[in-house]
Design a protein around this ligand. Structure first.
Ligand SMILES: NCc1[nH]cc(CCC(=O)O)c1CC(=O)O
Length: 319
């Protein structure tokens, strides 16, 4: 007897379809049930032009959440970095699987590395976080670059390089991996150069808070270390009172002594998009074993960053 299929609500973009497809397989394995993809078309998908005006990736998350709340689908997969830090009561993030590569990468013309880009190189990115850190790096390394605000999906962004309009574009390694285009990456940016967005590379699997059976099954896909890390990163973001378009980077990782995990380190950065000012701090503590402990790690670092002037850098937006 075959069990009734679980319905996974997904956007139809290449990235969304790729990550939903991968999670569908894993969920099918742990539940023993088939998983059916249900495409949710959002206003943002229909009109890219309007997306900038109606507020970025939040609209996609909102549409999926509405479908979940209406019971049209059983669960949804989000890129954690696009997920608002506030959690609606009726929904729960039932699993955060092991994180992919959190780094940002570049696709450049002639396969150049960041350090080899010529004077006046034009680097496309719509992210104030990426702009701030690339411009700060250029300033401190005597480089002359220009960050150019761009938008669009992976194809559009890489297209600017292929067509010769830009020398480089910045993307997330995880996205490139998930859509099977990591071979086009020409430089992996060190997190010391560009700290990724809070939650970058991680996925959130969300379902209704009262679906106890599904929550229990999805819990098998949860990675507690990834969950602790992204919780700390997102707590930092929330405590800075910043949104997903703020110039904030955060990355938590484990410090190990040989095989033995000792501590969790949380790094944070906020900057002005021209790179003239960066507030960059890190803190280290015991690996958080509870949600509250992970939240506290993020709040502590935020307090220190605010004391060093982070608040004044938060208002900036991509032009
Ligand atoms: N803002 C768009 C977005 N949201 C999630 C990813 C892929 C990486 C991830 O899952 O963290 C991307 C693409 C990018 O930033 O290049």
């Amino acid at each position: 007897m075959t069990e009734k299929a679980l319905r996974l609500g997904t956007r139809r973009s290449k990235l969304a379809m790729a990550q939903s497809g991968q999670v569908a397989e894993a969920v099918s394995q742990v539940t023993g049930r088939p998983v059916e993809l249900v495409e949710i078309t959002t206003y943002g998908d229909v009109s890219r032009e309007h997306l900038a005006q109606i507020g970025g990736t939040g609209v996609f998350v909102a549409a999926l959440r509405e479908a979940l709340a209406r019971g049209e689908v059983d669960f949804a997969v989000h890129s954690l970095k696009d997920l608002p830090t506030t959690q609606p009561d009726e929904l729960v993030v039932a699993a955060i699987p092991v994180r992919e590569d959190p780094r940002d990468v570049m696709v450049t013309r002639d396969a150049l590395k960041l350090t080899d880009l010529p004077r006046g190189a034009r680097i496309g990115t719509g992210s104030p976080r990426r702009m701030a850190q690339l411009n700060a790096y250029a300033r401190s390394h005597g480089m002359d670059i220009e960050t150019v605000p761009i938008r669009g999906n992976v194809d559009t962004r890489i297209g600017y390089v292929r067509q010769g309009e830009l020398d480089a574009v910045v993307l997330a390694a995880a996205g490139m991996n998930r859509i099977g285009r990591s071979d086009e990456v020409t430089d992996f940016l060190s997190v010391d150069t560009v700290l990724p967005a809070p939650g970058q590379g991680a996925l959130a699997i969300e379902c209704a808070a009262d679906d106890a059976e599904l929550i229990a099954a999805l819990a098998e896909l949860d990675d507690p270390f990834t969950r602790a890390a992204v919780t700390a990163e997102r707590s930092l973001l929330a405590a800075l009172e910043a949104g997903c378009s703020a110039p904030v980077g955060a990355l938590a990782d484990l410090l190990a002594d040989g095989q033995i995990v000792k501590e969790m380190r949380l790094r944070g950065v906020v900057g002005s998009t021209d790179g003239s000012t960066l507030v960059q701090l890190s803190t280290t503590g015991p690996v958080p074993e509870t949600h509250e402990a992970a939240m506290a790690l993020g709040r502590e670092l935020a307090t220190e960053m605010l004391a060093q002037g982070a608040a004044g850098l938060m208002g900036e937006r991509a032009q």
